[in-house]
Design a protein around this ligand. Structure first.
Ligand code: HEC
Ligand code: HEC
Ligand code: HEC
Ligand code: HEC
Length: 391
C-alpha cells in the first residue's frame, strides 16, 4: 500500500499535471430512472391478453429470448439520491482530512486508495482497455473513472484526483461539507439541542450526504460498483463480473474507520449494527443484481454472472427472512412469482419494478431497525473480514 508521501505526489500530479486533464463527458450513463421501454413493455403486452401470462411468468432462461435492446440503467448510482459523483461537487479527501485525520489514514491503507496509482500500471488493466478499444490511458477513460477514481473539476477541466475516496461512499460534498458538523453558534456535540441536531442531519441528507445512519444508501453505493453493471466491460473487456461482496465482512475489515468519538481508536461496530448491515446488504445485493440484469442484451459472461447473482441473492435473502421476520421485505417479495425451485420468475415487469421496491423497503427498514430483534441472523454473518482494519 502507498505511503503518505506517495499519495501526496500522486494527488498533486493528478491535480496540477496537465497530462491528466481531460474533458469529462459525465458518467457512462446518467439519470436514475428505469428505461422507458422496460417500464412500458409489460403494459403493451398486457393489452394483448394471452401474451401477458408468457411475459409475467417468463423464467430467467426464456427472458433473454424476449429481450429487446434495453438502454443502459444507471451505474455507480444510488437511485433517487443524486449520488453521481458530479465532478463540480467533489471537494476531495484532503478537505475531509483537515478534521478526519484518522479516517484518512485508514483509507490510505485500502485498495480503494491504492487503485489510483496501481491500476494504470497493471497489465490486466491495459488488457481490458485494449480489448474494449479504449484509447489514451486508464485515467482518461470514463469507463474506468466511474468506479476506480474520484474526478474533480479543476480550473474547468475534470481531473482524476484519487481512487475510490471519501465522497465515493459518503456523497460529493460541496453542498454538505459545511453543514454536517455545524452544531450551532457556541455549541458543541454535547450541548447541541436535539432539534438542531435533527435539522443538521436532515439538511446534510438533503444536500446529498450519505451518513452512517443511511445504511441503505451506503450499501447501494458499494453494490453499484461491486456488481460491475457494465455488460461491455465484462463481455468485451474481460473485466471481473462483480465481487463476491457481503456488506459486513467487506466494510469491517480494511475499510473500517470508526474514529468519530475517539481519533486514536478504530471502534468495532456493535453486533446489533452488524445485523442491520447484514440484512440490508443482502437485500441490496438482490436489488443491484436485478438492476444489472435489466441491462442484459446478449449472451455471455455478463448475463451468466448477473443471473447467478440474482439466484444467489434470492437464496440468501430467503434464508434471512426464514430466520427473522421483516415485514418490509416480506411484503415486497410476497407478490413476486417463483419457480418450483424457489427462484424468481423474472419478467420485464419484475425486473423493472422489483429493484425500486427493494430500495424502498431497505430505506424503511434501515431507518427504524436497531438490530436488537435480529439475533436470528447472527449465525449467517461471516466471521472473516476482508482485509485488516487499522488500529
Ligand atoms: C471542519 C471539520 C470537518 C471537515 C472538513 C469534515 N468533517 Fe466530517 N465531521 C466533522 C465533525 C465534527 C463530525 C461529527 C458530527 C456529529 O457529531 O454529528 C463529522 C461527521 C462526519 C460523518 C459522520 C456523520 C454521520 O452522521 O454519519 C461523516 C461520514 C463525515 N463527517 C464525512 C466527512 C467527509 C467525507 C468530509 C470531506 C468531504 C468531511 N467529513 C469533512 C467535521 C468535519
Ligand atoms: C462498474 C464499476 C467498474 C468499472 C466501470 C470498472 N471497474 Fe475495474 N473493478 C471494479 C471492482 C468493484 C473491482 C474489484 C473487484 C474485486 O476485488 O472483487 C475491480 C477490479 C479491477 C481490476 C483487478 C481485478 C482483475 O480483473 O484482474 C482491474 C485490472 C480492473 N478493475 C480494471 C478496470 C479497467 C481497465 C476499467 C476501465 C476499462 C475498469 N476496471 C472499470 C469495478 C469497476
Ligand atoms: C468504501 C466506502 C467508504 C469510503 C471510501 C469512506 N467511507 Fe466513511 N464510512 C463508510 C461506511 C460504510 C461507514 C459506516 C461504517 C459502519 O457502520 O461500520 C462510514 C463511516 C464514516 C464515519 C462515521 C464513523 C462512525 O462510525 O461514527 C466518518 C466520520 C467517515 N466515514 C468519514 C470518512 C472519511 C473522512 C473518508 C475519507 C478519508 C471516508 N469516510 C471514506 C464508507 C466509506
Ligand atoms: C466508486 C466505486 C466503489 C464504491 C462506491 C465502493 N467500492 Fe470497493 N472497490 C472498488 C474498486 C474499483 C475496487 C478494486 C480496487 C483495486 O484493487 O484496484 C474495490 C475494492 C474493495 C475492497 C478490496 C477487495 C480486495 O480485493 O481485497 C473492499 C474490501 C471493498 N472494495 C469494500 C467496499 C465497501 C464495503 C464499499 C461500500 C461501503 C465499497 N467497497 C464501495 C470500487 C468501489
Amino acid at each position: 500500500m502507498q505511503s503518505r508521501n506517495e499519495k501526496s505526489n500522486l494527488v498533486s500530479r493528478g491535480m496540477g499535471g496537465s497530462p491528466m486533464k481531460r474533458r469529462y463527458s459525465g458518467p457512462d450513463t446518467a439519470g436514475a430512472s428505469v428505461p422507458q421501454e422496460v417500464v412500458n413493455a409489460p403494459h403493451h403486452r398486457r393489452a394483448r391478453g394471452a401474451h401477458s401470462a408468457i411475459v409475467a411468468f417468463a423464467t430467467i432462461a426464456t427472458l433473454l429470448a424476449f429481450a429487446t435492446v434495453v438502454h443502459a440503467a444507471p451505474e455507480a448510482v444510488s437511485p433517487g439520491t443524486g449520488l453521481h459523483m458530479d465532478p463540480a461537487k467533489v471537494v476531495g479527501s484532503a478537505k475531509c482530512a483537515e478534521c478526519h485525520k484518522a479516517e484518512d489514514n485508514a483509507w490510505q491503507h485500502t485498495h480503494h486508495f491504492a487503485t489510483f496509482a496501481a491500476l494504470p500500471k497493471e497489465k490486466r488493466a491495459k488488457e481490458i482497455a485494449d480489448a474494449m478499444g479504449l484509447e489514451g490511458g486508464i485515467r482518461r477513460n470514463n469507463t474506468c473513472l466511474n468506479c476506480h477514481f474520484t474526478v474533480q473539476n479543476k480550473e474547468g477541466a475534470a481531473t482524476p484526483i484519487a481512487g475510490v475516496s471519501c465522497e465515493s461512499c459518503h456523497g460529493a460534498a460541496k453542498d454538505w461539507v459545511a453543514l454536517h458538523n455545524d452544531y450551532g453558534q457556541g455549541k458543541t456535540r454535547e450541548t447541541e439541542a436535539a432539534d438542531h441536531k435533527k435539522k443538521r442531519h436532515d439538511d446534510a441528507d438533503a444536500a446529498g450526504m450519505v451518513r452512517k445512519d443511511r445504511i441503505n444508501l451506503i450499501a447501494a453505493n458499494c453494490y453499484s460498483c461491486h456488481t460491475v453493471p457494465n455488460q461491455e466491460l465484462v463481455n468485451k473487456g474481460g473485466h471481473k463480473a462483480g465481487s463476491d461482496f457481503e456488506l459486513v465482512s467487506w466494510s469491517q475489515g480494511e475499510v473500517r474507520h470508526d474514529y468519530l468519538l475517539n481519533q486514536s481508536k478504530n471502534a468495532e461496530e456493535t453486533p446489533q449494527r452488524k445485523r442491520v448491515l447484514y440484512v440490508v446488504g443482502q437485500a441490496t445485493d438482490l436489488e443491484y443484481a436485478l438492476r444489472g440484469a435489466q441491462k442484459i442484451t446478449e449472451k455471455g459472461a455478463y448475463r451468466d454472472a448477473m443471473l447467478a447473482r440474482v439466484r444467489n441473492a434470492t437464496v440468501k435473502l430467503d434464508e434471512v427472512l426464514k430466520k427473522v421476520k421483516i415485514a418490509e421485505y416480506d411484503e415486497v417479495l410476497a407478490g413476486v412469482p417463483r419457480a418450483d425451485t424457489g427462484q424468481l420468475k423474472l419478467s420485464k415487469d419484475i425486473l423493472a419494478s422489483l429493484p425500486d421496491k427493494l430500495a424502498a423497503a431497505s430505506q424503511a427498514f434501515a431507518a427504524k431497525s436497531d438490530g436488537a430483534a435480529l439475533e436470528g441472523v447472527d449465525a449467517l454473518i461471516p466471521k472473516d473480514m476482508k482485509g485488516t482494519a487499522q488500529p
